[in-house]
Structure formats: structure tokens, C-alpha cells
Design a protein. Structure first.
Length: 680
């Protein structure tokens, strides 16, 4: 049984659960701890929820019961360190009116809009509220009323269709008029155990989603809280009193896939979203198997479909399926950071793995050895590739799916985020007819994307461009792409030797891993070919020392290497929760910024659209070195790293950190993010 931390500060007794209150194993010890406090006549209790990310209906009932008992004894229950999700849950269910929230954890802003209570909204017209909110002008309201009389459409729909009013502003006005709270649904704002209070077909028809049930009160998200027939139908069906909460219809349909479970697995969207995902059984052949035809018969298939759909929708670069003793955890890597987005029972993990192996045409009976494969799906109007990788562990196979979505890949060199000076240098290097250009950085720093953008920039019918990749991630027209197959001896060096006999103008080598590939790449650059490749080093200087350590002769390297681009990806400040602040004097002093000019920087507060992180999307920071005669002379002398660093300083090259600071001053990212990435 989980340990509950109990401490006393003054007259208050603090009780701290160690994890989310969403299972009987977590709620039972809390219930016992609360009963013990009542038995000891501790009547002033504070529940510290610093470790509680989520909470379900059963736990909410426990809090309400405890509060009622304490009030009868002359005491109270309050909650502290509440995160934004739990805060919204307490407000959605009305418990915030009974249980006082002492403090919040500061991890993200609440997604709730509570209508003001100082005036009656129901007697006011929707148009007047929109004008008061400055969401619409009186002229737009008058025009929409005339269109309403002519078409019979609702005024709100007309305003949104004409793009006179944002959908969120319309919902906020409806919230004020109807005196109903408005919530932005997101992961956690729905108790999966309550979803079947309303059958999914009924929920789809009424465009509603059951969120929580406390005793006989069912909190329901609805896009139309004025629809009394719908609310009456729900009350008759559930035998509960309905507490309506206003939410956008698209939010309801998107959240439904996480709320509806069968045997602990996610079911399909309550709209037809599942029909938007097809498995491409054989790449290159128009023989698709529609997944929605199988979904009704298999919750495992449905779970996998939904997981992939959400990963593509949220812009995830990787999907992790991680088995543990008690559950299978699913995490998405978004903007370089992993987020836990869903989980299921541990006994379902083998079935999920088998399904993915079937999709990747792998051996489902082989569980002892790692396997690699490829899955191709068609969803949201485009084809998305998934690279499958399995690794056996003590609780089962861990699966990682790399999501290769061309729509999220920038193949335009002008949109890679280069500063003007660095972009001009990079383009100048690409104009050279021969030489070696290296893009360096750790895994996940966007090196391959930069190479593809460079190839796309060079691509023309007059040039023969050949690539050697492991694997081929994106297909580019006119370019001759080749994939490494180590299992049959088709390695980087072997393909590269044969590629040079194919009369190439430009050769892209996906990665220089060993001496032989490096030597052939250098020779190719010296014999009239433009060679682009990547190398795993921390900075541009490290590239030179790494190649020399591989055994490349300094005199050859000095003649072949024409430029090095070191890069990192830093997270962009979320535009939806972006806020400005004046840089403190000590920060300005640290980085040599003028403190008397009131320098304004930006940061994100955290919101539902950025997973409460304050960041959304990424941009590149770069360090570009173009080989000049002085550097060539230095390379011939087989210099040490210190000598190279001194040369870079004297030359005045803009380092990765310098470029990052420019982005901080441009209010694109934060100093904390730049420091995290550079020092990682």
C-alpha cells in the first residue's frame, strides 16, 4: 500500500498523497489516512496535491464526504499545490465552491472561464455581451441580425462563419449569458470510468461528453447547454442530475477518444475520425486496408489507431510504449520533451506490441531480440511514415515509433531559422561546385532536416543528386535516394564507392560513422563533388578534431572541408500564452545587455495548447564556420582543441550560445531554454 505523508504545521494537518488519485490503490490509503485524522479529532486538514496530476470521481467523492464530516465537527478541508488540471476539475464539478483552494502549483494556467456573478447574464442579449467583450462591433452585430432574419441561422454561427468573431470569444459570451462555466477540454479533464454513463452513440448524437459523477450529479460537457431535450434525455438515461459545462464541439469530439474505454483501451472518436486513418500495407501500391472496418471488432486495433492519430495531430516526433509492473505507459516526444499522454493495463501491452509488429510486417513470435521495421499510414489527408523499433526489457518489449510527417518537416532553407549572416554563409557554401559540408549536433538536433533542405535548395533537372541514407526518411523528386542495408553488406562505404561511379554532382551521406566512410567522403570532395553529411559532435570545432581522430590526414581535410554548421533546436515560446517582462538588471549584467533601456523579454505561462510547458514548436540556433586560408593552415598543423577555440574567438564567429541569446532578445525563446539545450 502506498505511503501517505502526514505532517503538522501549526493548527493544520497536511496530508500528501504520493501520486495521481485515479486508482483504488491510490485512493484507499488516502481514505484510511483521512479516517485516522478524523478519529484523532484533527479537524483542520490540508490536502497537499503537489504529486497529484489527476483525480477521478471516486476521489472527488471522498473529498466531499470528508469535508462534510469536518464541517459537522467544526473543522474544514482545504487543498494546496493544485495544478491547473486538478484546479479545473474542482471548478467543473463545483467542489471549488465547497473546498477552498489555498494555492496552485503554478504549472500552467487554468483553462476554465467562470462567468462573472455580479450581474445577471440571462437577461442580456448575446450581441451586447460580444460588444462589451470587444469581440465584435455594433455594426457586425446589426449585420448578423439581418442575416439571421434572412437565413434563419443562429446569430453566433453567422458571426463565426463571417469571421467577425472568434469561436472562443463566442463561447465566452455564451458562458456569460447562460451563466455556465466554459472549459477547454484537454487530457485529464474527463474521468474515463464515467464515460459509459452515456453510451457513445448517444453521446455522439447529442454532442456531449460525461466528465465526472459525484453521487447523483453528473457533470457533462456540452456544446449546447440550452438544449433541454438533450439534458432531459441524459437525466432519464443516467438517473442523475446533470450539471452542464460549456465546451467547443470540436473539443468534445477530440477528447472523446481518451474518455471512452473498452477493457481499459481507448475507443474511436465519437465522430468519424477513425475513418481518417488507413494502413498502407505495401508502400507504393494503392492497396489500402481501411482501419475503421476492423476497429469495431478489436479495441487493440482501435487503441493503436487512436494513438497514432493523436501523435500526428499533436506534432509528436516519437511515440514511446513503455511496459512496467502495473501499467503500459504511452509517452509522446513533442518539441524534444517527453509527455505522458495515456496509459493502459500492463497485461494489454503484448497485444499492442503484436498489433504494431503486424503493421510493420515483423515476426510477432520473436520477443527476445530487437526488431526494426516501417509502418506507413494515411491519415488527415497525407501519408505518414512510422519507424518501428523494439527493445526487450524486464517487463516486456519497449516500442519506439519515430513519426516522419513530411507536413511537419521544413524543406525550405529560408525557413530553418538561420540568422541572416549564417543563412548567407550557408547558401554561399552550397553554391560551391565541390567540397565537404558537414552538419553537426547531437541526436534530435535537426541535422537530417537541414540536409534535406539543402538538397531541396540544390535540386534541379541539370544536377545529378544522389543520397545514401539509413533509412530514407523523405522522398524527394528527381533525387536518386539509396538506403543502407547492413544485413546484406550494403553499407555506407560500399554504396558510396559505387555512387561515385554514377557521375554525381552532389552526394549526400546521411551520417559519417567510421573512418572508411570519412575517407571516401573526403576523396569525393577532392575529386570535384559537393558532399554533404552529418557528424555527431557538440560544436563546429569538435568536427575538426573528430575527423582527425578518425585518421583523416590533416592536409586532406584542409583541402576538402569547406564549411561546418553546428546546430541545436530550442523550443519556441507558445504564442497562445506568451507574456512579456522586463529583463532584471542582474541578467542584463551577465550577458552584457544594456540595463537602462528596459529590455523586454518573453516567456510562456503555460496553457492547454502547449501541454502547460510555455513552449510550442522549435527553431534552430546555429554556429557556421566557413573554411578560409587561415583555418586551412591551422588544420595542416594538426591543431589542438584549444588552438582551434582561440582561432574561433579571434575570428569573431557567432557561437551557438551567441545565436541563442539573439533569439532570446528577439522574444522567440527564453534564456532557460537556450541554457538547457546548449549545456545538455
Amino acid at each position: 500500500m502506498l505511503d501517505i505523508t502526514v505532517s503538522r504545521i501549526g493548527t493544520l494537518t497536511y496530508i500528501a498523497p504520493p501520486e495521481a488519485l485515479v486508482s483504488d490503490e491510490a485512493i484507499a490509503p488516502l481514505s484510511i489516512a483521512l479516517q485516522e485524522r478524523l478519529a484523532l479529532r484533527d479537524i483542520n486538514l490540508a490536502l497537499d496535491l503537489v504529486n497529484v496530476r489527476l483525480i477521478n470521481s471516486r476521489a472527488l467523492e471522498l473529498l466531499l464526504e470528508t469535508q462534510e464530516k469536518l464541517i459537522r465537527l467544526g473543522g474544514f478541508l482545504q487543498v494546496a499545490n493544485v495544478n491547473s488540471v486538478v484546479q479545473d476539475i474542482l471548478q467543473i464539478t463545483g467542489l471549488s465552491e465547497t473546498i477552498h483552494i489555498v494555492s496552485t502549483s503554478g504549472k500552467g494556467d487554468s483553462a476554465m472561464f467562470i462567468p462573472p456573478t455580479d450581474r445577471v447574464g440571462a437577461s442580456r442579449k448575446l450581441g451586447d455581451i460580444l460588444v462589451e467583450l470587444e469581440a465584435a462591433t455594433p455594426e457586425q452585430i446589426d449585420a448578423s441580425m439581418k442575416l439571421q432574419e434572412a437565413t434563419g441561422k443562429r446569430m453566433g454561427q453567422i458571426l463565426v462563419d463571417k469571421q467577425w468573431v472568434q469561436a472562443r470569444d463566442l463561447l465566452k459570451a455564451l458562458s456569460i449569458q447562460l451563466e455556465v462555466p466554459l472549459v477547454t477540454l484537454r487530457p485529464g479533464i474527463a474521468d474515463p470510468d464515467i464515460s459509459h454513463a452515456i453510451p457513445k452513440d448517444v453521446a455522439a448524437r447529442l454532442v456531449v461528453l460525461p466528465l465526472f459523477r459525484i453521487r447523483n450529479v453528473l457533470t457533462v460537457a456540452t456544446a449546447n447547454p440550452q438544449s433541454m431535450p438533450a439534458l432531459d434525455e441524459i437525466e432519464e438515461l443516467t438517473q442523475c442530475r446533470v450539471r452542464p459545462i460549456l465546451a467547443a464541439a470540436e473539443d468534445i469530439t477530440k477528447t472523446a477518444n481518451e474518455a471512452y474505454h473498452t477493457d481499459g483501451l481507448l475507443l474511436d472518436y465519437i465522430d468519424d475520425a477513425v475513418a481518417d486513418l488507413e494502413l498502407v500495407e505495401t508502400p507504393g501500391i494503392d492497396d489500402y486496408t481501411a482501419i475503421d472496418q476492423m476497429a469495431e471488432g478489436s479495441p487493440v486495433i482501435n487503441f493503436i489507431n487512436t494513438m497514432i492519430q493523436r501523435a500526428v495531430r499533436d506534432g509528436a516526433s516519437d511515440i514511446h510504449l513503455e511496459p512496467s509492473r502495473s501499467k503500459c505507459r504511452i509517452r509522446f516526444r513533442i518539441d524534444g520533451v517527453l509527455y505522458e499522454v495515456m496509459s493502459t493495463r500492463s497485461e494489454m501491452h503484448p497485444a499492442l506490441v503484436s498489433r504494431l509488429k503486424v503493421m510493420a510486417n515483423l515476426d510477432i513470435a520473436e520477443r527476445r531480440l530487437p526488431q526494426d521495421g516501417r509502418i506507413q499510414v494515411f491519415t488527415q489527408g497525407r501519408t505518414v511514415d512510422l519507424r518501428f523499433s523494439s527493445l526487450p526489457g524486464i517487463y516486456g518489449e519497449k516500442i519506439v515509433l519515430r513519426v516522419l510527417d513530411r507536413n511537419n518537416t521544413i524543406l525550405d532553407i529560408d525557413r530553418l531559422g538561420f540568422s541572416p549572416n549564417n543563412l548567407a554563409t550557408f547558401k554561399r557554401l552550397l553554391k560551391r561546385s565541390f567540397g565537404l559540408i558537414l552538419v553537426t549536433g547531437p541526436t534530435g538536433s535537426g541535422k537530417t532536416t537541414s540536409l534535406y533542405a539543402a538538397i531541396n535548395h540544390l535540386n534541379s533537372i541539370e544536377k545529378n543528386i544522389v543520397t545514401i541514407e539509413d533509412p530514407v526518411e523523405y522522398q524527394v523528386d528527381i533525387v536518386n535516394q539509396n538506403q543502407v542495408k547492413d544485413s546484406i553488406g550494403l553499407t555506407f562505404p560500399k554504396i558510396l564507392k559505387h555512387v561515385l561511379r554514377q557521375d554525381p554532382d552532389v552526394v549526400m551521406v546521411g551520417e559519417i560513422r567510421e573512418r572508411e566512410t570519412a575517407e571516401i567522403a573526403v576523396q569525393a570532395a577532392l575529386t570535384g563533388h559537393l558532399v554533404l553529411s552529418t557528424l555527431h559532435t557538440n560544436d563546429s570545432i569538435g568536427t575538426l578534431t573528430r575527423l582527425m581522430d578518425m585518421g583523416i590526414e590533416p592536409y586532406l581535410l584542409s583541402s576538402a572541408l569547406i564549411g561546418v554548421i553546428a546546430q541545436r533546436l530550442v523550443r519556441h515560446i507558445c504564442p497562445d500564452c506568451r507574456t512579456l517582462y522586463v529583463a532584471p538588471p542582474e541578467l542584463c549584467a551577465t550577458y552584457g545587455w544594456p540595463a537602462d533601456e528596459g529590455l523586454k523579454l518573453a516567456k510562456g505561462r503555460g496553457c492547454p495548447s502547449c501541454y502547460d510547458s510555455g513552449y510550442r514548436g522549435r527553431l534552430g540556433i546555429h554556429e557556421v564556420i566557413e573554411t578560409d586560408p587561415d583555418l586551412q593552415k591551422l588544420m595542416i598543423a594538426n591543431p589542438s582543441r584549444d588552438q582551434l577555440v582561440d582561432y574561433i574567438k579571434k575570428r569573431g564567429t557567432e557561437t551557438l550560445f551567441d545565436d541563442g541569446l539573439l533569439r532570446v532578445r528577439a522574444q522567440q525563446t527564453t534564456i532557460e531554454e537556450v541554457s538547457r539545450v546548449i549545456n545538455a
